[in-house]
Design a protein around this ligand. Structure first.
Ligand SMILES: N[C@@H](CCC(=O)N[C@@H](CS)C(=O)NCC(=O)O)C(=O)O
Length: 197
């Protein structure tokens, strides 16, 4: 029923992790952005795409939200204050981390060489470090929302790991403890094994 298109080194990782958390069967097609298969399923050519009975869904956060709502797990119910707070943190991670990380990636290896401005990277690193600490301050317990893991944790952890991998993450006890805890989850490890394989 579910097919994840996109390599686990991309934002497809979030969807693989979520499906592993849900314990659902799925097919994984690690096709590259702008490949024929990806272009056939999204006009943007970006990954991930989730095929649901052959129908394509785009955007990793939208896909996580769909899966969480559909299966009634890893989310608070729509229309509740908890859900609004959960969405607030998800959007904070996207706004204050992902946007900067993606800009750093674009100016490192994605844009044509002549369009890259590598000089912006130290400024991006500084902002990511500040924003990672702002994010970790909102974590209310073992998880972003307290005792319950939600999709906000998947987006936040993915962004924090991304920041760590390019050495943008500051040394901080709470930050290190949170990412270590999330990386230790069996579902995270299963998705990481797919990304490595
Ligand atoms: N907001 C989208 C971003 C998707 C995205 O930009 N994916 C990257 C790989 S991580 C991609 O396909 N890039 C190709 C491009 O920018 O054309 C999401 O979360 O799914």
């Amino acid at each position: 029923m579910y097919e994840v298109i996109g390599h686990g080194h991309t934002r497809a990782f979030r969807v693989l992790w979520m499906l592993e958390e849900l314990g659902l069967e799925y097919k994984h097609s690690p096709d590259a952005p702008h490949s024929d298969y990806v272009n056939a399923n999204t006009p943007l050519g970006k990954v991930p795409v989730l095929l649901v009975d052959g129908q394509p869904l785009t955007d990793s956060t939208a896909i996580l939200t769909y899966l969480a709502d559909r299966h009634g797990k890893f989310t608070y119910a729509p229309g509740t204050l908890e859900r609004a707070r959960q969405d607030g943190v998800t959007n904070q991670a996207l706004d204050e981390l992902e946007g900067l990380l993606w800009t750093a990636a674009r100016h490192s290896f994605i844009l044509p060489k002549e369009d890259r401005v590598p000089e912006i990277k130290p400024a991006l690193a500084k902002e990511v470090a500040r924003n990672a600490l702002r994010l970790v301050k909102r974590i209310e317990g073992p998880f972003v929302m307290g005792e319950e893991m939600t999709i906000a944790d998947i987006v936040a952890t993915h962004c924090l790991n991304w920041a760590h991998s390019i050495k943008f993450l500051p040394e901080d006890e709470a930050l290190a403890a949170y990412t270590k805890r999330m990386r230790g989850r069996p579902a995270f490890r299963a998705a990481a094994a797919l990304a490595a394989g």
